[in-house]
Design a protein around this ligand. Structure first.
Ligand code: ARG
Length: 465
């Protein structure tokens, strides 16, 4: 695999420092890091060399700045650091040249050949209203899938649907009260029923009990209950799949929590032998040393039903058996950090070596996300909203003569999708941010529409030239 332009510059910087210090490059290499953007591209902290050189780090950096010569880079000291900034030329020209000759393979490698990564992403809940976090998970997960593939890994993308749990009981009994039998396959209606049923359950314990009983029937394999659940699941899935098609996202596997139905006893038995289980107010918990105030890992409630954590334990073991992964990622909101920390810990305590290969790829919350119609309930709503807002912008620009198009509708779809995807991925993954339609749809600045506009203009120049 050819080295990237960046790698070449990095190696030249390392060599130049090594020459100036009279040290082998291998000794310098591990110290060179990406610089803080305001300081340039690469940074060499001198701390580790202070002792041998008997000089304070800033003095070393200042001295190196006068002696290190690296072609195509401006080298300067900032306190104890020696920084290098790539000159716009020739660096930019070389990158463009490399990208043009490599095409889509640009940036790729075979570093992951023979390795497998399992990526659990998107994973929305069925018949429940969604939060923006499922779209974040979808887009971050999809980006990770592409990145791993580009580095030669075998990727198994899993959409682990939230398709099991008491919420189905709520939808089912809620449907008897608030549902329209003719609208059984209308997801928006199901979500509506769920919201009503949820509110009702909070003030009406008998209703809540009915929902619980319904879910218990599902867990006990009652065919009638399961048939209804199957119907709801299929309509939700159809709705999600439309969105995935619009976004160009594909999963190798659609499965869900329901897959582990009936397989949980075996897992609980294993946990019982190592590290052990105990009962806690009638519920079954994992016997672990817990920190003060740490909620214990629940495996079974006192009515016998299982939990999210129980299913995730079963799922991790199942995934390892199926894929023998070298790494398994869970692209899930930061809110669930405790859940992941805990169940990874349980797997480790069960004696699974591979527990160290599990990674929670967390991400921050998004605020301010709602549509003109109000609160977002479906994935589709977000994309429809993006499109309709983009259409306004497109029409504005067509009128002003800035944009020419025969098909404003198709263009609005592309601009809208680009805006949502770019507007999300440009943020630091773990940071919370405020979503602002005006901002993500702006044709100026660091936005999807700007990027697409720049691309269209570049194509136009090429065409004219
Ligand atoms: N369905 C869950 C939710 O919406 C996310 C599932 C993430 N994946 C997992 N293996 N727990 O919160």
């Amino acid at each position: 695999m050819a080295r990237s332009v960046h790698d070449r510059y990095r190696a030249a910087f390392v060599d130049a420092i090594a020459r100036a210090l009279g040290a082998p490059p291998a000794e310098i290499e591990p110290h060179v890091k990406a610089a803080e953007p305001q300081h340039g591209d690469l940074s060499f902290p001198t701390f580790a060399f202070a002792k041998a050189l008997r000089r304070p780090p800033p003095a070393i950096a200042t001295d190196l700045a006068t002696r290190v010569e690296a072609p195509g880079m401006r080298v300067a000291a900032a306190g104890p650091y020696l920084n290098a900034r790539f000159e716009p030329q020739p660096f930019t020209g070389e990158v463009i040249e490399a990208a043009r000759s490599a095409g889509l393979a640009y940036g790729g490698s075979e570093a992951g050949a023979g390795k497998t990564v399992v990526i659990d992403y998107s994973s929305p809940n069925i018949a429940k209203s969604i939060a923006f976090h499922h779209i974040r998970s979808t887009m971050i997960g999809h980006a990770l899938v592409n990145l791993y593939r580009s580095q030669g890994w075998r990727v198994e993308g899993i959409n682990y649907l939230g398709d099991w749990g008491k919420q189905f009981g709520l939808v089912a009994v809620g449907f008897q009260e608030y549902g329209d039998p003719a609208r059984r396959d209308d997801v928006a209606h199901l979500v509506d029923v769920y919201i009503k049923a949820n509110a009702r359950a909070e003030r009406d314990p008998a209703f809540d009990e009915r929902a619980r009983t319904f879910f218990k029937r599902m867990e006990d394999g009652d065919p009638e209950a399961l048939k209804l659940w199957q119907e709801f699941r299929e309509s939700s899935l159809r709705d999600f799949q439309q969105v995935y098609a619009r976004l160009g996202v594909e999963f190798q596997h659609y499965e869900g929590e329901s897959r582990y139905q009936g397989k949980m006893d075996a897992v609980i038995e294993r946990i019982a032998t190592q590290p052990g289980v105990k009962s806690d107010e009638g519920a079954l918990i994992v016997d672990l040393p817990y920190a003060e105030n740490e909620p214990p890992v629940l495996l079974r409630k006192n009515d016998g039903s299982t939990l999210y954590a129980t299913r995730d334990l079963a799922a991790a073991i199942d995934r390892y058996e199926r894929f023998r992964f070298d790494r398994a990622l869970y692209v899930v909101a930061t809110d669930q950090s405790l859940h992941f920390r805990q169940f990874f810990r349980v797997l480790k305590a069960m004696g699974y070596e591979w527990a160290d290969r599990l990674v929670h790829v967390n991400f921050g919350r998004v605020g301010g996300m709602s549509t003109r119609k109000g609160q977002i309930v479906l994935l589709t709503d977000v994309l429809d909203e993006a499109k309709s807002r983009a259409l306004d912008k497109v029409q504005e620009n067509v009128k002003a003569g800035r944009i020419h198009t025969d098909d404003p509708d198709a263009l609005a779809e592309q601009v809208g999708l680009g805006a949502v995807v770019f507007g999300d991925l440009k943020n630091r993954r773990a940071t919370d941010y405020q979503f602002d339609w005006e901002e993500v749809l702006s044709f100026e600045g660091h936005t999807g529409p700007y990027l697409q506009y720049a691309h269209a203009r570049a194509c136009n120049i090429l065409k004219k030239g």
